[in-house]
Design a protein around this ligand. Structure first.
Ligand SMILES: [Zn+2]
Length: 163
């Protein structure tokens, strides 16, 4: 890091502030004694999302987070749990061998996690994401969710009894 005044590279960090998307550091040049500011940001992962209408857009972590926050609004879900989902999905996407991903696939990843976390948030997210044509389609999805939960509960019970 070179001082913008004299070009010297030695400096001392005199102040560090964290913002949601960056870290700001005030530095003191060891040569000329002037102060300057540097910013540290996470490099954008070069992932493109293919939307349902076929358009491509850069993967946006913030957009994913705000979709989840909407689905989880006023539910007893800690913020950390929501951020953990976003982190996990981002990591999973980052590990993909290709640089394009279907928005459907991201939607599935979110739904698989929300289903375990909170029924209401799951249904809310699914209703936006799947764009249910009408109330019947939504009711059907809720019915399926109930059946799945029931099945999972029974499976757990059987495992317990088998032990
Ligand atoms: Zn300097």
């Amino acid at each position: 890091m070179q001082c913008p005044y004299c070009g010297h590279s030695e400096n001392k960090v005199v102040d560090t502030r964290e913002a949601p998307d960056s870290i700001r550091r005030r530095r003191l040049c060891a040569n000329c004694g002037r102060r300057y500011t540097t910013y540290e940001r996470v490099a954008q992962i070069g992932l493109m999302v293919i939307k349902q209408d076929g358009r491509r857009e850069a993967f946006d972590r913030q957009k994913l987070l705000s979709g989840l926050l909407k689905a989880c609004a006023k539910r007893p879900i800690p913020m950390q749990a929501i951020e953990a989902i976003v982190d996990e999905i981002e990591m999973e996407l980052h590990a993909l061998p290709h640089s394009e991903v279907d928005s459907q696939q991201i939607g599935q990843m979110v739904m698989a996690r929300l289903r375990k976390l909170d029924d209401v948030a799951y249904v809310r997210f699914a209703s936006v994401y799947r764009r249910f044509a009408d109330l019947d389609a939504l009711a059907l999805e809720i019915q399926r969710l109930k059946e799945r939960k029931q099945r999972e509960a029974e499976e757990r019970l059987q495992v317990k009894m088998a032990l």
